[in-house]
Design a protein around this ligand. Structure first.
Ligand code: 4AD
Ligand code: MG
Length: 465
C-alpha cells in the first residue's frame, strides 16, 4: 500500500478508507484498553493520532513504541472525537521499523532548551521547533528562486573556491593540499604556492559578487544563491562561519533601483511565509515571539525608510546628546554597530531602514564613488531585531577609479585583473546586493540565534555533525 504523508492524511475526509502512514512517535499514552500514538513524519507540524486497541496488539507488542521510535501503520481513517484534531487512524497493522530506547534517546517529550538542542543538532529536526524552522527554510528558498525567475533573472553559479578576496577583509578559509607537516618555504620565508593544488593560493569564497558582476554584464540580470564562508572570529547570535547568501546583480541599475529591488524582494519572501507557512508560523509565534506575525505583516505593508549614513549619524548623535547610552561611540566615519542600527530601526523610525552613501573607508573597493570624494554609493538594509540583513551598492564602473581604489585598499591587481577588465570592455553602470539567508530566516521565524535557523551551524570552535 502506498504511503500517505501525514499532511495529506490530516486534510483527508475519506472516512472509512484504508491508509498507510509512517513516521516517528512523539508520544504514546492511553489506558488499559487503548493506546494513543501521536505520529509525525515531518510533512507538517501537526501529528496524526493513531488509535491502537490493546486487545488487538497486546501490551508487549506496543511497549517498545516509545518517543522517537519509527513505525508504519495501516489503518482506517476515522473522524476524531478528541479535541484539536479532525481525523485519526484506527490501526489494523503496525510495523516497528526502529525503536528508541527511552533511557538513551535524548529527545524526551517537551521542554528542552535551544542550547541543549544545539548539542544534539543531528536529532533536533525531529522537534516541533526545528521541524517548523527547516520547513520554512525550504519555503524561503523556493520564494527566492520564484521571485527572481518571475522577474527574468538567471540563476548564475559562482565558484566556491576562489583566488580573490571579494570583500578585501582577509577573512578567508584557505584551501590547500600542501603537506602542512612539511611546508616548503623559500628564502624569504614565503610558502611556494606554485606547488599547491591550484598552482596558487586559494580559499573558500566570502561572496560570489565579483563573478556575479561578470554574469550581469553579459546576461543582464542574475542572482547567485549559495554558501559563503567567513573566518571572522565573531561569536555573536548573528554570525556564522558558513552561511548562505543570495546576491542579485543587475546591469544598468542604479542605487535607487537597487533599493527598490531589495525592498520588493524581502517583502515578497515575507509575504510567501505568511501565505505558505501558516501552521509553522502560528507555532513559532505562540512558542517564542507573540509579535512575530504582526511584525511580518508590518514589513510587507510598509515602505522601508531611506536615508543617508550622514543623516543616520546625525540622528544617533542627537540621541546621544539627549542621554541615550550606547556601548560603542557614534561619529561620522565610524562603522555602525548593531546597537546603532537597531536604534534607528526599532526606536527612531520603527520600520526597516535603508542607509546609503557610507564613508568610503569603511566599505569595499568596488563601490561607486560619489562626487564628494568621501562617500560611496553603498546601501545597507537594516531590520528590526536583526540589524543588517542586506549589504549592497552601485558598482564603480570607471576603470581608472576602480583600479586606483583597489590599489589603495590593498587588493592586488593579479587577483582581480579579470574583474578590472570588465571596465575596459563594454563597461556599464550596474548594482547589486547580498542578502544573508540566515538573517532572513531569523526574521521570518522569530528565532533569536542564527545557530537555530541552519541545520548544522559552523561557528568558531564548532564544526560538529
Ligand atoms: O555586507 P556583506 O559583507 O556584503 C557582501 O558580501 C557583498 N559582496 C554583497 C553584494 O553586494 N553582492 O554581506 C552581505 C550580507 C549581510 O548583509 C548579512 O546579511 C550577511 O550577508 N552576512 C552574514 N550572515 C551570517 N553570518 C555572517 N558571518 C555574515 N556576514 C555577512
Ligand atoms: Mg555588510
Amino acid at each position: 500500500m502506498e504511503r500517505t504523508v501525514i499532511a495529506d492524511a490530516l486534510k483527508s475526509t475519506a472516512f472509512g478508507a484504508k491508509m498507510n502512514v509512517k513516521g516517528w512517535v512523539r508520544t504514546r499514552r492511553g489506558n488499559k484498553n487503548v493506546s494513543f500514538i501521536a505520529l509525525n513524519d515531518g510533512s507538517t507540524i501537526k501529528n496524526i493520532q493513531i488509535v491502537a486497541d490493546i486487545a488487538k496488539f497486546g501490551e508487549d507488542f506496543l511497549k517498545p513504541i516509545t518517543t522517537g521510535a519509527c513505525i508504519s501503520v495501516i489503518g482506517t481513517l476515522v473522524e476524531s472525537m478528541g479535541k484539536g484534531q479532525s481525523v485519526e487512524i484506527q490501526a489494523d497493522e503496525i510495523e516497528i521499523y526502529g525503536t528508541a530506547d527511552p533511557d538513551a534517546y535524548p529527545l524526551q517529550k517537551k521542554g528542552h532548551s535551544l542550547e541543549y538542542l544545539r548539542e544534539i543538532a543531528y536529532l533536533r529536526p525531529r522537534t516541533n521547533t526545528f521541524g517548523a524552522v527547516f520547513r520554512m527554510r525550504h519555503h524561503m528558498a523556493m520564494a527566492i528562486h520564484t521571485f527572481f525567475h518571475e522577474r527574468g533573472f538567471f540563476y548564475f553559479h559562482t565558484p566556491l573556491i576562489t583566488a580573490s578576496d571579494c570583500e578585501g577583509a582577509g577573512q578567508m578559509f584557505q584551501v590547500t593540499t600542501l603537506n602542512l607537516y612539511d611546508l616548503k618555504k623559500d628564502e624569504n620565508g614565503s610558502i611556494d604556492y606554485s606547488r599547491d593544488f591550484f598552482g596558487k593560493q586559494a580559499s573558500l569564497t566570502v561572496s560570489g559578487q565579483l563573478e556575479g558582476e561578470l554574469g550581469a554584464l553579459s546576461l543582464g540580470k542574475i542572482y547567485t544563491f549559495g554558501p559563503t564562508f567567513r573566518a571572522e572570529n565573531s561569536n555573536t547570535p548573528r554570525h556564522l562561519s558558513e552561511f548562505w547568501m543570495i546576491e542579485p546583480e543587475v546591469a544598468f541599475n542604479r542605487i535607487e533601483e537597487n533599493m527598490q529591488l531589495a525592498q520588493e524582494f524581502i517583502q515578497y519572501c515575507v509575504r510567501w511565509a505568511l501565505e505558505k507557512c501558516q501552521d509553522d508560523l502560528a507555532f513559532l509565534c505562540e512558542m517564542y515571539d507573540n509579535e512575530l506575525i504582526d511584525r511580518l505583516k508590518f514589513v510587507v505593508n510598509n515602505d522601508f525608510q531611506r536615508l543617508t549614513y550622514t543623516e543616520g549619524i546625525r540622528i544617533l548623535e542627537e540621541a546621544v546628546a539627549n542621554g541615550r547610552k550606547f556601548e560603542f561611540p557614534v561619529g561620522w566615519g565610524t562603522d555602525l554597530q548593531s546597537e546603532h542600527e537597531r536604534y534607528l530601526v526599532e526606536e527612531h523610525f520603527k520600520k526597516p531602514v535603508i542607509l546609503t552613501d557610507y564613508p568610503k573607508e569603511i566599505k569595499s573597493f568596488y563601490m561607486k564613488q560619489n562626487d564628494d570624494g568621501k562617500t560611496v554609493r553603498a546601501m545597507d538594509v537594516l531590520f528590526p531585531k536583526i540589524g543588517e540583513i542586506i549589504g549592497g551598492s552601485e558598482r564603480e564602473e570607471n576603470y581608472d577609479k576602480l583600479k586606483t581604489r583597489a590599489a589603495e585598499m590593498g587588493v592586488p591587481d593579479k587577483d582581480i585583473w579579470w574583474y578590472l577588465d570588465t571596465r575596459r570592455f563594454g563597461t556599464a553602470p550596474h548594482a547589486g546586493f547580498g542578502l544573508g539567508f540566515e538573517r532572513l530566516m531569523l526574521f521570518v521565524t522569530g528565532m533569536s540565534n542564527i545557530r537555530d535557523v541552519i541545520p548544522f551551524p559552523r561557528t568558531p570552535n564548532n564544526a560538529d555533525f
